[in-house]
Every structure is written in structure tokens, then in C-alpha cells.
Ligand binder design. Structure first.
Ligand SMILES: C[C@](O)(CO)[C@H](O)COP(=O)(O)OP(=O)(O)OC[C@H]1O[C@@H](n2ccc(N)nc2=O)[C@H](O)[C@@H]1O
Ligand SMILES: Nc1ncnc2c1ncn2[C@@H]1O[C@H](COP(=O)(O)OP(=O)(O)OP(=O)(O)O)[C@@H](O)[C@H]1O
Length: 279
């Protein structure tokens, strides 16, 4: 968080479900999750200035999103009675499995907290990913998203995020999931090196990957392309279609991102977001 020209500026880092197990289904249809969540250095940004509630959007993915009252930035502000002019810079593809809307809502709530308002008691009502995005640090996420257990910092990762330019609707992916009662994550140890993390990830899953591929076969193409570029590990995040690859070096990640910048594809090299305390 920084204050520049009277605006409270707050990053909205992309959420990555490094592992995502679906372990059950509640009577209301929501699914029980067990997920290792981390945040990338790439993300949206919100800037708030005191004034009547209003939203303007710029950035490369602004066109995919309306400024109507349903926008999660406005819903978040209304939830806590916040009055602010909000500028959202939309750098993340919309409906892409990396929590853009939830990250934006959480960033607005963090900014309003800095401006003196309380956080809402049930932020998950805005979206299942909002509680974990409020923390924006590595965490285990359980329940339907409302149980967030912070984890120690993860080792440095050289990431590439790739989206094939298709929006995937989260409810459709959950509906296409064959088995809803899968085993939970294995115990989460403290990861000293990136190789410890990738070895652990290899024993885990994203249970939404198969149903997402059934709906959007381009996800398989992205995963194969990441592997072909030398990713030591590749997986889809959330309900897709964005996938992440973990590479051995920053140079290898940058080269892979350049090679994967195909027409219509969004591909960026990134690292994990710095710890919020160190920002
Ligand atoms: C799949 C994940 O990205 C994993 O982090 C999230 O659980 C989804 O988070 P989100 O996009 O903030 O989700 P929401 O906007 O709350 O819900 C969208 C839809 O996803 C389904 N949904 C979501 C979360 C959850 N635990 N179970 C569900 O079944 C529901 O059909 C819901 O209507
Ligand atoms: N500020 C916002 N940014 C992105 N989407 C928003 C926003 N406000 C409302 N939405 C709506 O929310 C829906 C989900 O968008 P979002 O980008 O959060 O999905 P996602 O990346 O798949 O999220 P998740 O990983 O949490 O499933 C979209 O259909 C979009 O129209």
C-alpha cells in the first residue's frame, strides 16, 4: 500500500491455486476445498481517492469488464459503506482462474481499511477467494474458501502464467466435476527449496483440471506448451483457464513466456508476490 497524489494505491496480486482438492459438497451446492494458495507478483491495481463512490477501469483487460454496480470493486466498497473514487487497472484476464475479481475486491477492502473503515465480517460473501486474497500471502484455504491458514513464505519460484484467451465460468467447471469427495491435501511441510515444493506438488492435484479441459480443451494445449518449454511443473489454477509453469531460472521463465506469447494468448513471466509486510 502506498499513498501517491492523494490516492491510496493497493496491489491486487493474481491468486494461484498451486494445489486444489475438492473434498465434498455442501447442501447449498458450494464445494468444500483444500488448497495451497500463493500470489504472483503480477496483478491488478486499485487506487482510491476519497469522494462519492465511483469506478473507472483502465489497463489491458479493461474492455472485458463493465463499471456497473455488479463490479466486485463496487460491491466490496458498498459492503463496508466505503465512499471513494476507485480506479482499477485491469492487468489480469477476466474469469481466468487467478481470482482477478476477488483480488480487486480484497484490494479495495484493504485500501478502505487504511482509510479508516473496518473489514467486513464475512468477506466470502463477495466471492470464495476474497478471504485468501485479503491476506495475499501463501496460505492453506479450506471450507468453501472462508478458512484461511497463513503459511511461512514459500521458496523463490520462477513462474510463467499462460491463459489461452478463453473465459471459463467457475460454476460450469464445478458442475462438470465427476467426483466431489476427493482426498484432502497431504500435510503441508515447510518448503526450503523450490524443488521441495515441486516434489510435494507432484503428489497433489487440481481436481478442477479434468472438468475444465473437458469444457475447454485449450487448457491441455497450454499445459503441454508449458512442459514443451521446459517447465519442471505445470498445472491449471482455480477453475481455469490460466495455467502456471515453474521454471528453473528467471531466464528460462522469460524465454518461455516470450515463446508462449502466441496470438490471443496471455503469457507472463513472474515471481511470487513479496510478503505484504515487506512491501
Ligand atoms: C475455484 C476457486 O477459484 C478456488 O480458489 C474458488 O473457489 C472460486 O472462487 P470465486 O470465483 O471467488 O467463487 P464465487 O464467485 O464465490 O463462486 C462462483 C461459483 O463457483 C462455485 N463454487 C465456488 C466456490 C466453492 N467453494 N464452491 C463452489 O461450488 C459456485 O457455483 C459459485 O456460484
Ligand atoms: N473487478 C472485477 N474483475 C474481474 N471480474 C469481475 C470483477 N467484477 C466482477 N467480475 C465478474 O466476476 C466473474 C469472475 O471473474 P474473476 O476474474 O474473478 O474470475 P476467476 O479468475 O475465474 O476467479 P476465481 O479464480 O476466483 O474463480 C467474471 O464473470 C466477471 O464478470
Amino acid at each position: 500500500m502506498s499513498l501517491a497524489d492523494g490516492a491510496w494505491i493497493e496491489p491486487a496480486p493474481a491468486k494461484l491455486n498451486l494445489a486444489l482438492h475438492v473434498t465434498g459438497r455442501r447442501a447449498d451446492g458450494y464445494h468444500l476445498l483444500d488448497s495451497l494458495v500463493a500470489f504472483a507478483a503480477v496483478g491488478d491495481e486499485v487506487a482510491l481517492t476519497p469522494g462519492p463512490l465511483a469506478l473507472q477501469i483502465d489497463g489491458p483487460f479493461a474492455a472485458g469488464l463493465g463499471t456497473d454496480e455488479d463490479n466486485l470493486c463496487l460491491r466490496a466498497a458498498r459492503m463496508v459503506g466505503g465512499q471513494a473514487r476507485i480506479r482499477l487497472t485491469k492487468n489480469l484476464p477476466v474469469a481466468s482462474g487467478i481470482g482477478g475479481g476477488s483480488a480487486d475486491a480484497a484490494a479495495v477492502l484493504r485500501a478502505l481499511k487504511r482509510m479508516g473503515l473496518e473489514l467486513p465480517p464475512a468477506p466470502e460473501r463477495l466471492g470464495a477467494d476474497v478471504p485468501v486474497c485479503l491476506a495475499s500471502r501463501p496460505a492453506r484455504m479450506e471450507g468453501v474458501g472462508e478458512i484461511v491458514t497463513p503459511l511461512p513464505p514459500l521458496p523463490r519460484l520462477h513462474l510463467v502464467l499462460v491463459n489461452p484467451g478463453i473465459a471459463v465460468a467457475t460454476p460450469r467447471v464445478f458442475a462438470a466435476l465427476a467426483r466431489k469427495d476427493n482426498p484432502p491435501l497431504p500435510p503441508v511441510p515447510r518448503f526450503a527449496r523450490a524443488s521441495d515444493l515441486t516434489a510435494w506438488l507432484a503428489q497433489t492435484r487440481n481436481d478442477l483440471e479434468a472438468p475444465a479441459i473437458a469444457l475447454a480443451p485449450q487448457v491441455r494445449e497450454v499445459l503441454d506448451a508449458l512442459q514443451a518449454q521446459g517447465a519442471g511443473f505445470a498445472r491449471m489454477s482455480g477453475s481455469g483457464a490460466t495455467c502456471f509453469g515453474i521454471f528453473a531460472t528467471a531466464g528460462a521463465a522469460a524465454e518461455a513466456a516470450a515463446a508462449l506469447g502466441r496470438p490471443g494468448w496471455w503469457a507472463v513471466a513472474s515471481e511470487l508476490a513479496p510478503d505484504p509486510a515487506a512491501r
